[in-house]
Design a protein around this ligand. Structure first.
Ligand SMILES: [Zn+2]
Length: 573
């Protein structure tokens, strides 16, 4: 006779002869697997942000998650490079970047002698002609590094939760991911699912021939409806009375980016539907998330997601929060207004899922790929230090020049810097008969003396294991891939970052191992999940193994996190 609580409840209910009560009880629903796993990622959402702007929220959005979900308030990434692809793939796989291989948004491909954008793949062209990046308008410096418009998940070295679900169900699970950012969707769809993302060049959602030979008819017609055009000649305006906002009297701050025509203050005009930066502005505002939701709704309806007993998977990554943090900082009127609008977007998503699938049949998890720093200007006003660092200056520093003289190197010693790695000119080092590890250590020893640099780690020394075993060093090691990582990992001091990306500047840039960048929300809700606030330390790598344990399937192949017992035990699993 099983003695677990769920069985006893079921047994005593039957004994009482109340079959109707059984059908209605939550224990009865919990016996079935969820019909849908809905994984929401809010790009760049630092853990304090949802609660901080809660005075603006209505019913059914953030409040549903914060009040009815199981919330982990002390969740931190443990890898050093807190960037978008790195975090998304960590969420999808439960693995450290050292194992899943996505160590940076961009790395230097030594064989090709060129930068490589994480998911670029020349073998898998987009299905939409001209749907790739438009170099004359693209402001995302990582996208600009790509040499090809093709995209696929082939560079991800381990399986994702979505891969395991596809495998467990014999390919019957429907697996989809949607985002404004290509890397926000490709990461989560894994190798077995289908990813759709927003093309700023065409104003439509696109995919590559890795996933399909042609678009399903519903995608063609959704795109033909030109949903983006509803924002043409409109403004991003404040929803409420300006006096109700924490930052209501601080709209115009000097550190915010004054992008031409978009400006630093409300209202922000989208401009004409065919103007140069129209689709870019959509992504820099709540419109990007709203379009993502609209597309996801059409997807659920047309693909029949969550409609049968086989558990399906839908990942939605909302990108607007990240772009707004970069332009204005997380402590800005724009960020505050955006959280309010995200609340409405989430409320509409949950209303729709309740109608189409049922929230009690949907297991929801929400997290973020990384947090966000404050803009240095904002901190400086409060008396807190913060500033910027220019990596282009490294090669010109007298200390580096002196080092080159010592080694007898006349040519460039530094191949390139792309966050977070410095790449040395290995050919020159070899030609001079020098030892790579020795040169790395010598350069790193100079770099730590630069103002704004907290730590510089030689990759060879790191792999040899002869560096101090500190938490920072471990975060760099968890980020290390022998083929893709650079020669020296540079960690800037807290609140110091690069703000000049290829001529484009930002107010704030994440990507550090400091707490503001590693702290993200982890919230489970729906299906058999109850209300709880958990303070014990957990990691976002725990999410994929938790989803796997919840469904009783294999964890992803490289996963290092552990199932979160608070989520599993509520359901008696
Ligand atoms: Zn991101």
């Amino acid at each position: 006779m099983p003695t677990n609580g769920k069985y006893m409840h079921w047994w005593s209910t039957l004994m009482a002869g109340s079959v109707a009560a059984l059908a209605a009880s939550s224990a009865a629903t919990a016996l079935e697997s969820p019909r849908l796993v809905l994984q929401i990622t809010v790009d760049g959402l630092r853990a304090d942000m949802p609660q901080r702007y809660a005075h603006h929220y209505g019913e059914g959005g953030w409040r549903y998650l914060l009040e009815q979900g199981t919330r982990y308030v002390n969740a931190h990434y443990q890898h050093a490079n807190t960037e978008t692809i790195v975090g998304h793939v960590s969420l999808a796989t439960g693995a450290y970047p050292a194992n899943h291989g996505m160590v940076a948004n961009v790395w230097f491909d030594r064989e090709a002698g060129a930068l490589h954008y994480n998911i670029e793949d020349p073998d898998h062209k987009l299905l939409t002609a001209g749907g790739g990046i438009d170099r004359s308008t693209e402001i995302d410096p990582t996208q600009r590094a790509a040499r090809s418009d093709g995209r696929s998940p082939r560079a991800i070295r381990v399986s994702t939760f979505s891969d395991e679900l596809a495998s467990f169900t014999g390919g019957k699970a429907k697996v989809f991911a949607v985002s404004v950012k290509d890397r926000g969707a490709v990461s989560m769809a894994g190798h077995a699912g289908t990813a759709y993302w927003f093309s700023k060049a065409t104003g439509t959602f696109v995919t590559s021939d890795y996933y399909a030979e042609r678009y399903p008819a519903w995608v063609e017609s959704w795109n033909a409806e030109a949903h983006a055009q509803r924002y043409a000649n409109a403004d991003w305006k404040l929803t409420g009375n300006v006096a109700t906002y924490m930052f209501g009297d601080a709209d115009d701050r000097p550190w915010e980016i004054d992008f031409p025509t978009w400006g630093r203050t409300f209202p922000h005009p989208y401009g004409a539907g065919d103007s140069k930066y129209f689709t870019t502005f959509l992504t820099l505002s709540p419109a990007g998330d709203e379009l993502t939701l609209d597309f996801a709704k059409a997807l659920v309806e047309n693909e029949g997601v969550g409609q049968d007993a086989v558990t399906d998977y839908l990942a939605i990554s909302f990108s607007s929060t990240d772009y707004i943090n970069h332009l204005f900082g997380p402590s800005s009127l724009e960020a505050e207004e955006n959280q309010q609008r995200l609340d409405r977007t989430l409320a509409e998503l949950f209303r729709f899922i309740e109608e189409k699938v049922g929230l009690s049949r949907t297991l929801i998890v929400l997290s973020a790929d990384h947090g966000s720093p404050e803009a240095p200007g904002y901190l400086n006003e409060l008396g807190i230090q913060g500033g910027y660092f220019d990596p282009k200056s490294i090669a010109r520093e007298p200390a580096i020049e002196a080092l080159k003289q010592r080694f007898g190197i006349g040519e460039e010693l530094i191949e390139t810097y792309f966050h977070p790695y410095l790449y040395l000119n290995r050919e020159v080092i070899r030609e001079h008969g020098l030892d790579q590890g020795q040169v790395e250590r010598a350069v790193a020893a100079e770099l730590v003396n630069f103002p704004g640099v907290a730590l510089a780690v030689s990759s060879q020394a790191l792999l040899k294991g002869d560096l101090a075993d500190t938490w920072l060093m471990r975060s760099v090691l968890r980020n290390h891939d022998p083929d893709r990582s650079g020669d020296i990992y540079i960690i800037f001091a807290p609140h110091v970052f690069i703000n000049d990306f290829d001529g484009l500047s930002v107010a704030a840039a994440h990507g550090s191992p400091w707490r503001y960048d590693t702290h993200v929300p982890v919230i489970f809700a729906g299906h058999g999940v109850g209300s709880a606030r958990i303070v014990r330390p957990v990691t976002p790598y725990d999410i994929a193994p938790s989803l796997s344990a919840y469904l009783g399937i294999n964890p992803p192949s490289g996963s290092r996190g552990q199932p979160l017992h608070e989520v599993l035990q509520q359901d008696g699993r």
